[in-house]
Design a protein around this ligand. Structure first.
Ligand SMILES: [Zn+2]
Length: 217
């Protein structure tokens, strides 16, 4: 394979071979570095964008949490946190439903992801929920449960958040550009953990993107 070396003397041949050797080693190192970097950019979850298990428990139609108003075409997914440590998906769903008795608050969410990764749906995706202020009309909201005041999500909750978000992106033909925080709408510290830790937010979006790509293969 080194026929072109025939015209060179022994010393020159040796130099060329060493040169090739160094080049090869550099290429391998570069390749390993790239692969490692790609891997650390996501959490390497075994998650794709197929439909997750969803426990559908629609709220009663009422003016405070499920007005029954049809949404505009969906252009975004908004992530929230419950700001109520240890509360479960069921607690939050039941709270939204109890608002119909007229506590005066207008609050709800399409989905709540619980502490064990359970997903409860409260409002159909074609109706508006009261979660994301001026983006209620054209987004789907996901409330996420958390264990303590830091707002950090446990692994079970996180995996279901990624799966549900990827599923909704796939369903509505959205990219992760359309996945936003409540903070991005109003400046509110919600979801706290993803507002205070920008890297964690980037990682979440990368994980959603990886789940989407896994499904599109
Ligand atoms: Zn929020």
């Amino acid at each position: 394979m080194f026929r072109f070396l025939d015209g060179l003397d022994r010393r020159q041949r040796l130099f060329v071979k060493i040169g090739f050797g160094i080049l090869l080693i550099l290429l391998v190192v570069l390749l390993i570095f790239r692969c490692t970097r790609e891997r650390t950019n996501t959490s390497n979850l075994d998650v794709d964008a197929t439909e997750p298990e969803i426990d559908v428990q629609l709220l009663d139609i009422n003016e405070y949490s499920r007005p029954g108003t049809e949404s505009d075409p969906i252009t975004g997914i908004v992530i929230h946190y419950t700001a109520n440590p240890e509360s479960t998906a069921q607690d939050n769903r039941d709270y939204f439903n109890s608002l119909q008795d007229g506590h005066g608050d207008y609050i709800s969410s399409h989905f709540v992801v619980g502490l064990e990764g359970e997903i409860v749906q409260c409002v159909p995706t074609w109706e508006i929920a009261y979660a994301s202020n001026e983006r209620n009309h054209d987004t789907i909201s996901i409330e996420c449960c958390h264990v303590d005041e830091t707002g950090k999500f446990n692994k079970e909750t996180y995996i279901s958040m990624v799966k549900l978000t990827a599923f909704l992106c796939d369903k509505y033909n959205l990219t992760t550009e359309a996945v936003i925080r409540h903070y991005d709408v109003t400046g509110k510290n919600c979801p706290k953990y993803f507002v205070e830790d920008e890297e964690a937010w980037k990682l979440f979006k990368a994980d959603v993107d990886a789940a989407l790509k896994k499904t599109k293969k």
